[in-house]
Design a protein around this ligand. Structure first.
Ligand code: ADP
Length: 160
């Protein structure tokens, strides 16, 4: 069974991430969406909250699992028996970083392949930072994130 992991910060999950997951499940039998516990990034949501939002948003897909990890992506992939790492490529601006990481991960684990997938054009300008900033100032994020995320953002940024 070809299994892949889709690692990221997901702070919070957006429809852009979900678009990538949907494309990945067309190609592989199982997709494990995995939240990175990245100590060098300060996040709005805890790892547990991010996992919960992903689980709720991806509930309809039986071959998608959600978990979290601490450490190297390639080690987590190996532990799960995954053959590849899925990443999203929105624009040329993502390319350099993703390319560098893919080559480093290949150096660390030659048998784990990075697969870059492009989302629908409508999501190319979308990222979690924009969503957090919009929500902070009570902007409407309903086009960009699932209902569970709207709820959690409202709780983080209550109307004054
Ligand atoms: P990271 O900190 O690992 O970049 P993110 O949660 O921001 O974590 O993103 C995880 C992955 O999803 C990355 O490969 C990123 O390029 C991709 N991604 C983020 N937003 C989108 C989007 N709107 N469309 C497609 N891919 C996206």
């Amino acid at each position: 069974m070809a299994k892949v992991i889709y690692p990221g910060t997901f702070d919070p999950v957006t429809y852009g991430h979900i678009d990538i997951v949907k494309r990945a499940i067309e190609l592989f039998e199982q997709v494990i969406v995995t939240v990175a516990k990245n100590p060098s990034k300060t996040s709005l949501f805890t790892v547990e909250e991010r996992v919960e939002m992903l689980k709720e948003s991806l509930m309809e897909f039986p071959n998608v699992l959600v978990d979290s990890f601490d450490g190297l992506v390639v080690d987590h992939a190996k532990n799960l028996g995954a053959i590849g790492i899925i990443r999203g490529l929105r624009a040329v601006s993502d390319f350099e970083f993703e390319f560098q990481m893919a080559l480093m991960n290949r150096k660390l684990a030659g048998n784990i392949t990075t697969i870059l997938l492009m989302p629908h054009a409508r999501y190319t300008y979308l990222n979690s930072t924009i969503v957090r900033n919009l929500a902070q100032f009570q902007g409407n994020v309903s086009e960009f994130v699932p209902p569970i995320v709207i709820e959690k953002l409202k709780a983080k940024f209550p109307k004054k």
